[in-house]
Write a protein that binds this ligand. Structure first.
Ligand code: ADP
Length: 253
């Protein structure tokens, strides 16, 4: 039997007294958009940055196609593209140079990197910015460059950490179309967001984190059917009311 695409096994991350992650276990399937949701401080960035190998967990493991990523970080990193929350594009380079540089970093030949950059510039509607410096770009365009850069080495898994935070509503929606292009190309996407409308439009499954723990993992369709509701926002308001009532009931008992 083929091993699961990505298995997160009992991740714990401690910062002094804080358990940023408190025993998170999840399975992410190939080709899905998996959204990590939760209020600020829930643990979304900690989890996505550990999956992106930016830093190790305190304990626990992650298996990519059945092999611990910590046993073969190189293979895993070749399969991984990461768009961090803080854009870290090289401001001294043009858009095209940023892409080609990323391709060369992943050992692509300069011809292959140039060809791939051409394709991504066109796919992400960046052709007219090709020779612009990063400083000259708007926030939405920078995010598109970040996504294109993460795709230079044709990764199987892409992590997008809060890709639309701080953008105007219409720019956010345009970026959704570009994320949908990514989804439709068969790439597996882990999307960190605190916008429920974003998860509703883009995600196949959602994971709700709270205080570093998984509160809920569910397909968006199943969740809507179960609660007989079309809006994720309405469902989460109801769930949070139920949670508060339970806490009140338990504290009174
Ligand atoms: P989210 O992305 O959901 O807003 P984070 O993963 O950033 O949540 O944070 C989860 C918890 O871990 C928070 O309590 C936060 O204060 C804490 N935390 C995150 N990073 C650090 C750090 N580098 N040092 C200390 N505490 C941290």
């Amino acid at each position: 039997m083929e091993a699961s695409f990505l298995v997160i096994d009992n991740l714990i991350k401690k910062y002094n007294d804080t358990n940023a992650l408190d025993g998170v276990s999840l399975t992410i399937n190939k080709g899905e958009v998996f959204a990590l949701l939760g209020i600020n401080g829930a643990g979304k960035t900690t989890l996505s940055s550990i999956i992106a190998t930016q830093h190790p967990p305190t304990s626990g493991d992650i298996f990519f196609r059945g092999v611990s990523i910590y046993k073969d970080l190189r293979t895993y990193r070749m399969a991984l593209g990461f768009c961090p929350q803080q854009p870290n594009l090289d401001t001294y380079l043009t858009v095209e140079q940023n892409l080609i540089f990323a391709g060369c970093f992943y050992a692509m030949s300069s011809d292959a990197a140039k060809a791939r950059a051409d394709l991504l510039l066109s796919l992400y509607d960046l052709g007219r910015y090709r020779n612009r410096k990063i400083e000259e770009l708007s926030g939405g365009t920078r995010q598109r460059v970040l996504i294109a850069r993460a795709l230079m080495h044709s990764p199987e898994l892409v992590i997008l950490d809060e890709p639309t935070v701080g953008l105007d509503p219409d720019i956010r929606r345009q970026l959704w179309d570009h994320i949908a292009v990514l989804r439709d190309s068969g790439v597996t996407v882990i999307l960190t967001t605190h916008y429920l409308d974003e998860a509703e439009v883009l995600a196949d499954r959602i994971c709700l984190l709270r205080d570093g723990k998984v509160q809920l993992v569910c397909s968006v369709t199943d969740l809507k059917n179960k609660h007989d509701q079309d809006s994720l926002e309405e469902i989460f308001i109801r769930l949070s009311r139920q949670e508060k009532e339970k806490e009140l009931y338990e504290s009174a008992a």
